[in-house]
Design a protein around this ligand. Structure first.
Ligand SMILES: NC(=O)c1ccc[n+]([C@@H]2O[C@H](COP(=O)([O-])OP(=O)(O)OC[C@H]3O[C@@H](n4cnc5c(N)ncnc54)[C@H](O)[C@@H]3O)[C@@H](O)[C@H]2O)c1
Length: 340
């Protein structure tokens, strides 16, 4: 089995998890890394034993023999970097949010499809152990046909200390966090057909919205996606997504502490759906960290088999469409048709 050779662009806060994930996966080698910031580049290079370090992505892509590029920068640089990688015929993973406009997202998908090799958005939340377990119960038919879902992420966790840029944008929770929860809603309930949203800003020290409540139609099923970084709870659940799914033959509840209750015709089962604490992970991030390894394993499996990744660039256009629809709905007070 030939080793797959990758390179990382962006050695910031979240890329550390991606580098640990790659180190855990057999048959992948991150041969070079790049960051404009020398300090971050060297710190990551030392931590993961990578000698080939570049401050310029173009020089790295020109100088290295690669199979794929892992882009872990923030959204404003994605289009330039994705198109640069596509022009060299490389497969690409790109962090979420994939783009800040549908136009940029569509252009990146077109560039990669014209080049040939796959493009996947690093949409890791659906790869969390508890979320995979919920989907597996539905696939086994334990609750019948889902007609209602609630996907809820409510927290008072200080995300701004690790990611200070989150406090500065006009858009915050839908674009940064809601995008994951909308992807989960699609994963569990199927593609959406309509969306209505209300937003609020509770924290006066940030610019964007920190509360968003969305009502989605999925054909004849309905879901609610509710997100808040302004919710102070007795037990801080960060970064858990809690879920309710009602089917015509039963129900699923994923509650705080990763407790999964499945009730159906066969009775009631309560399962511990806790993620594994990987050796390099830290609580409470371990749920997300495990999902990083899982999505990267999926990427490697797809590269080897030629299958399209679950959250390919083309698939992610549907999630981004929901993000745009949420802002549109909140701004105008209307329900947005998201079919097509
Ligand atoms: N999936 C998740 O659970 C999750 C969690 C946190 C962050 N993220 C996403 O990860 C992305 C990165 O976030 P972060 O908090 O790590 O950001 P960050 O600012 O800490 O890191 C980004 C790094 O990219 C570098 N960079 C930017 N442009 C570059 C260029 N053209 N060439 C080389 N280096 C460049 C910067 O110098 C910086 O070191 C964001 O899109 C964010 O939404 C995802």
């Amino acid at each position: 089995m030939a080793t797959i050779r990758g390179a990382l662009i962006g050695c910031g806060f979240f890329a550390q998890n991606q580098m640990h994930g790659w180190a855990d996966i057999e048959g992948v080698d991150i041969v070079a890394i790049c960051d404009r910031d020398r300090g971050r580049l060297d710190a990551t290079g030392e931590r993961f034993g990578i000698a080939k370090r570049y401050q310029d992505a173009g020089q790295m892509l020109a100088g290295e023999q690669l199979d794929f590029v892992d882009i872990a920068t923030t959204a404003p640089t994605h289009r330039m970097l994705v198109e640069m990688a596509a022009s060299r015929g490389l497969a690409v993973i790109c962090q979420k949010p994939f783009a800040l406009s549908m136009g940029d997202a569509e252009a990146m998908v077109r560039a990669c499809e014209a080049a040939g090799p796959p493009l996947m958005v690093h949409e890791n939340f659906r790869w969390q152990t508890p979320i995979q377990l919920v989907r597996a119960q539905i696939d086994k038919g334990l609750i019948g046909r889902p007609f209602f879902g609630r996907f809820s992420f409510r927290s008072g966790f200080d995300v701004f200390s690790g990611q200070p840029y989150l406090a500065q944008g006009q858009r915050f929770i839908i674009e940064d966090l809601g995008i994951h929860i909308l992807d989960i809603a699609r994963f569990i309930m199927g593609d959406a057909t309509s969306l209505a949203c209300r937003t609020m800003r509770i924290n006066p020290r940030i610019k964007g919205e920190d509360v968003a409540t969305m009502l989605l139609g999925h054909g004849d099923a309905t879901s609610i996606v509710d997100c808040s970084y302004a919710t102070r709870l007795a037990v801080e659940p960060f970064p858990q997504t809690l879920m309710e799914v009602d089917g015509d033959e039963g129900s699923i509840r994923l509650t705080e502490g990763y407790q999964l209750t499945v009730h159906g015709q066969g009775g009631t089962q309560v399962v511990d759906a806790s993620p594994i604490l990987l050796p390099w992970a830290q609580r409470p991030w371990h749920n997300i960290q495990e999902s990083v390894r899982a999505i990267q394993q999926h990427w490697v499996d797809c590269l080897r088999s030629g299958r399209e990744p679950q959250t390919s660039g083309r698939d992610d256009l549907k999630t981004l469409r929901l993000v745009e629809a949420a802002y549109e709905s909140a701004g105008r007070g209307t329900v947005v048709d998201v079919r097509g």
